[in-house]
Design a protein around this ligand. Structure first.
Ligand code: G3H
Ligand code: 13P
Ligand code: ZN
Length: 322
């Protein structure tokens, strides 16, 4: 089937109590790892491209690689989404390039301005058969080189969501309930330590999610910053020349719970980066004489595939839902 929007995916996910994985893509091996897992597990998937990814690969390559995945995986629904679009112009250019979904992230702007920009994107997108994700509230962490400190982050205010959705006409809403971008989601001071000395992050604000869902019944909610930062990969990186102390993510049980509620899209990027980096670091330590990119990218792609398979089955609950 051709690229699809997320409308049907989200309706089924909402009704079925699961979420669709939205994985960031930057190159061919990442796209192959993700889509091979989704194909084998019969799962719908969202492949998302950030402004930074588009700058890295240029505006043509990632679209064409995703189109190749669509040809290779004809039996699963695949949506191509712009992650964190920063302006009307970026969103328009992706819509014109064939994306089926865009995010306009004006969450750092004042409420009225966020509404105004989002509404303009929605009008253009809907005229072209494309759906729009918007955001209310600010996540901590790093995205496209913009750093938001924990102090400057803010939870979504449930009392704002009805007005925002009705005035903008957006199709899904990203909210801030304590997730955070990147591999260092929480400082040691924000966490407690368990008996093994491992950092345990503060729990997500399910009270905020429930209040938002009550006010927007049936409406798809999105969680950004939802990597779990697998400690096996952090260890693999650190024992093979890397230095990522105290990298900590969102516990998978909490994401699993969110997926059974109104959360229909869960964004995962950092975990893929950790799997790829850990695997390549280990490969070079084990095989210092090798230099063929195919030899080190092959195991990296295989580990991305297994990581995604695990997310589909054990976290998102979307395996078998294609
Ligand atoms: O939320 C941001 C995503 O992880 C994309 O990251 O801007 O470095 O491509 P990026
Ligand atoms: P992570 O950094 O937790 O993977 O979040 C990715 C994300 O939200 C992309 O928009
Ligand atoms: Zn994000």
């Amino acid at each position: 089937m051709p690229l699809v929007t997320t409308t049907e995916m989200f309706k089924k996910a909402y009704d079925g109590g699961y979420a669709i994985g939205a994985f960031n893509v930057n190159n061919m091996e990442i796209i192959q790892g993700i889509t091979e897992a989704c194909r084998e597990e019969k799962s719908p998937v969202i492949l998302q491209v950030s402004k930074g990814a588009r700058a890295y690969a240029n505006r043509t390559y990632l679209v064409k690689l995703v189109e190749a995945a669509v040809i290779e995986c004809p039996e699963i629904p695949i949506s191509l989404h712009l992650d964190h679009g920063d302006s009307f112009e970026t969103c328009k250019s992706c819509i014109d390039d064939g994306f089926t979904s865009v995010m306009i992230d004006a969450s750092s702007k004042p409420f009225a301005e966020n509404i105004e920009i989002t509404k303009k994107v929605v009008e253009y997108a809907h005229d072209h058969g494309v759906v729009v994700e918007a955001e209310l509230g600010t996540l901590a962490g790093v995205e496209d080189d913009v750093k938001v400190s924990a102090e400057d982050s803010s939870y979504t205010r449930p009392e704002e969501v009805e007005e925002f959705v009705s005035k903008t006409g957006c199709d899904s809403l990203a909210i801030a309930i304590g997730t955070s971008h990147g591999a260092y989601k929480f400082t040691a001071a924000q966490c407690t330590r368990n008996e093994k000395g491992i950092l345990v992050p503060p729990p997500l604000r399910f009270d905020v999610l429930e209040e938002v869902s009550k006010r927007l019944p049936g409406f798809p909610i999105v969680l950004h910053g939802s990597s779990s930062v697998p400690q096996d990969y952090v260890k693999m990186i650190n024992t093979h020349g890397g230095k990522m102390p105290d990298a900590v993510g969102i516990p998978e049980e909490q994401l699993r719970k969110a997926a059974t509620l109104s959360v229909c899209k869960i964004n995962i990027d950092s975990d893929l980066r950790l799997a790829m980096t850990g695997t390549i670091r280990q490969f070079f330590v084990d095989h210092p004489e090798k230099f063929d990119p195919r030899e080190y990218l092959k195991p990296a792609r295989a580990n991305i595939k297994e990581l995604v398979r695990h997310k589909l089955i054990d976290v998102l609950g979307c395996a078998g839902k294609a």
